[in-house]
Design a protein around this ligand. Structure first.
Ligand code: FMN
Length: 447
């Protein structure tokens, strides 16, 4: 039976000067052109999100400068350092950072994530990713990237080691009793002694539990190993579905994998869909803003330019149309770009071509998938959210934001409508932790 007390979750993903599909954001005169490296800009986005009682700020990341990519993938800040800064300026909102399992060592990763969890009073989350692309590999002394399945095997072992390190100390491991002189209870310390395929880690970690115990796990991935990693470990599954059908299908795949692979002590994962939301007090106002948005973000042109850059083709001065692109770019080009750059765009193009879509069709599918843009009055957006929520297509939404005005309008207009319908919280709880906001039970397996 449906739980009527259940409410939806909201996160914000700031995309600074413009991420893929939003590559011209930096041209917006109302925003700083250097938003991706502007800490005050992030602070303001976080403040708007916190005023809207959002669950978390979510920072994506990569470990190479993608010169052929969107501005946000050329120059941006390292998530955990930036989130530590945001922690100091916020009180309640969760802080989720993307950290690569492919190039980070679990000990360092466990330590810096847990440090953020302490700094923020239990508000940290880790978005577990595998890093794609040869360019990233070359930054870490590897001539080639590891195979897809190797990256996922390493990711699974990384999560296992990181969580074991986080559990090095029981919650009551530090009596810090001045009267007895006992700082540490030696019986509450657990060595990790991990010896696996990729890592040998003795442990324990040199930092104890946080207010929420340990950071929340986020994950995103569409392949079979990607889905399995999410099923095994994730508290929150992030995806970019183009409609409710796609979202439900993805949920079904993860749920099926969870049946055989999810540890019993974990509650079901939450599913959160990445979207862009554009609202206005009236339908005309919302549509006008959308037109304005499209004028700035000519999607076709952006995507075509992006494909050309990815395959290192110069099309000269004349604008290229989608049909011309088919003649200009070959499947071989895509293959090469995928191997070298490994961005989601070239990965998707490659995949689309493999399953037999024609080039134009592949481009169109990708354009759709990159941005689910919801446009409407607060009532219309709340209707859509409610439909997704009630049908099980999503437990919440992650809003991609590069325009603070659009975001402020969402918070001021749509959030009250969601609250009026009983779909969203009215206030933060006392001493909010990310785990508490998301309603995720303790991560620790019973002994
Ligand atoms: C919605 C979504 C968000 C992602 N965000 C990031 C990111 O911020 N940084 C990153 O390096 N990889 C990111 N990835 C890439 C995944 O970690 C993974 O490498 C990629 O999706 C390939 O795995 P798959 O074949 O299972 O989808 C993201 C993937 C998806 C689907």
């Amino acid at each position: 039976m449906e739980d009527k007390s259940r409410t939806l979750h909201l996160g914000v993903m700031p995309t600074g000067s413009g991420a893929i599909g939003d590559e011209r954001a930096w041209l917006n005169p109302a925003e700083p052109a250097d938003a991706s490296v502007n800490a005050s800009w992030y602070q303001e986005v976080s403040a708007i999100a916190e005023a809207g009682l959002f669950d978390f700020v979510f920072l994506s990341d990569s470990v190479f400068a993608n010169l052929a990519g969107a501005p946000h993938s050329i120059t941006r800040m390292e998530p955990l350092a930036l989130l530590s800064y945001l922690a100091a300026g916020t009180r309640n909102i969760g802080l989720v950072g993307t950290v690569s399992t492919t190039y980070q060592h679990p000990y360092n990763l466990a330590r810096s994530m847990m440090t953020l969890d302490h700094i923020s009073g239990g508000r940290a989350g880790w978005h577990v990713v595998t890093s794609v692309g040869e360019q990233a590999a070359r930054n870490f002394g590897m001539p080639e990237q590891q195979a897809h399945e190797t990256r996922y095997a390493r990711a699974a072992e990384s999560v296992q080691v990181v969580q074991a390190l986080w559990r090095s100390f029981d919650e009551d491991a530090f009596p810090r009793d001045r009267s007895t002189g006992q700082f540490l209870d030696p019986h509450a310390v657990h060595k990790v002694a991990h010896h696996g395929e990729f890592f040998d880690v003795e442990g324990p970690l040199n930092i104890g539990r946080s207010l929420q115990g340990e950071p929340v796990i986020f994950q995103a991935g569409y392949s079979a190993p990607g889905v399995r990693l999410g099923a095994e470990t994730a508290d929150v599954i992030f995806s970019l579905p183009i409609d409710t059908q796609a979202a439900l299908a993805h949920r079904a795949r993860v749920t099926e994998a969870a049946r055989s692979h999810r540890p019993k002590h974990l509650s079901d994962p939450l599913f959160m869909a990445g979207i862009v939301a554009i609202t206005g007090a009236t339908e005309t106002e919302a549509q006008d803003r959308y037109e304005e948005f499209l004028r700035l973000h000519d999607r076709d042109r952006e995507l075509i330019a992006r494909v050309l850059r990815a395959v290192e083709r110069d099309a000269g001065k004349d604008p290229v149309t989608s049909p011309q692109l088919t003649e200009l770019v070959t499947a071989e080009d895509v293959k090469r770009a995928h191997k070298n750059e490994g961005s989601w765009l070239s990965t998707d193009l490659q995949h689309s071509l493999e399953v037999g879509h024609r080039f134009n069709e592949a481009i169109e599918r990708i354009a759709e998938r990159y941005r689910l843009i919801l446009v409407g009055t607060p009532e219309q957006l709340a209707d859509t959210f409610e439909e997704w929520f009630r049908s099980g297509a999503a437990d919440g939404f992650i809003l991609q934001v590069s325009d603070r005005k659009l975001f402020r309008d969402f918070v001021e207009l749509v959030v009250p409508e969601l609250q009026r319908r009983g779909l969203f919280r009215e206030s933060y709880p006392e001493r909010a932790t990310l785990r508490g906001l998301l309603g995720i039970s303790s991560a620790t397996p019973a002994d």
